[in-house]
Design a binder for this molecule. Structure first.
Ligand code: URA
Length: 242
């Protein structure tokens, strides 16, 4: 990579400004001052600006998994139960799940080693929507759906407004779609139980703009750069370096 491009990718300055910094003799490669912006460097080269080391940001990983039931959304389990990381296989990145799905919940789970993005995607302040499909016992009438959407009092406080829709009904059971911007422990199950309609099966079908389209249960895919940039924008972060 050319030196000026490297400095720009490392976030030192824009490419144009980096060229000026180099021309001014402020940049050294392997301890030797280099004043040519086109100078080519390799991965092993030590680059300094004004004597301070400059490094490229580490490449982060962003994986979208369709979690099957029976896997814990943790990195490891003291009891040796299977975790979602076993579905990913060995990775040099220190991946962890963004938020949690219960052992028996299926569906979308993002895994990354990008701590700031993970924090913002799960914190209710940033309002990122997660969509669930809940198979419940009983058929809640419209008034109950409205009440669930307006906010329910759970033991850890009232829930924020949510969107709750009846997707299907049959004798004695129903399928609901519930969209939340919070992610409290077992929140969907507790909301439904508190309303009198216990969840029999739960699946996360949406995470921000991401869906499980093209994914099979137990498989994952890498997010595209455009998807990562879109997630960054969604939570008010400056786009990561290409
Ligand atoms: N709400 C729940 O009750 N369980 C989950 O796994 C996710 C959301």
């Amino acid at each position: 990579m050319r030196l000026a491009k490297y400095l720009a990718a490392a976030g030192v300055a824009s490419r144009r400004k980096a060229e000026k910094i180099i021309a001014a003799g402020r940049v050294a490669v392997g301890g030797n001052t280099v004043t040519v912006p086109q100078y080519r460097i390799t991965e092993e080269d030590q680059v300094t600006v004004d004597g301070r080391a400059v490094r490229l940001p580490e490449k982060k990983e962003y994986l979208l998994l369709d979690k099957p039931a029976g896997y814990l959304s943790t990195v490891s389990d003291p009891h040796g139960r299977p975790t979602v990381l076993e579905l990913i296989g060995p990775s040099p990145a220190r991946l962890y799940p963004v938020g949690r799905l219960d052992l028996d919940t299926t569906g979308l789970l993002l895994l990354t080693d990008d701590g700031e993005l993970a924090f913002r995607l799960t914190h209710p302040r940033f309002g990122v929507e997660k969509k669930y499909r809940a198979w419940v016992k009983g058929v809640p009438p419209p008034a109950v759906l409205t009440r669930m959407g307006q906010g329910m009092l759970l033991e850890d406080g009232p829930t924020a407004p949510a969107t709750v829709r009846l997707l299907r009904r049959s004798r004695g059971s129903a399928v609901l779609e519930i969209s939340l911007c919070e992610g409290r422990k077992r929140q969907v199950k507790r909301m439904c139980a508190a309303a009198g309609y216990p969840v029999r099966r739960l699946r996360r079908t949406g995470f921000a703009f991401l869906t499980a389209a093209g994914l099979e249960s137990g498989t994952y895919r890498r997010l595209s750069e455009a998807e990562v940039r879109r997630l960054y924008r969604l939570v008010g972060l400056a786009a990561p370096m290409p």
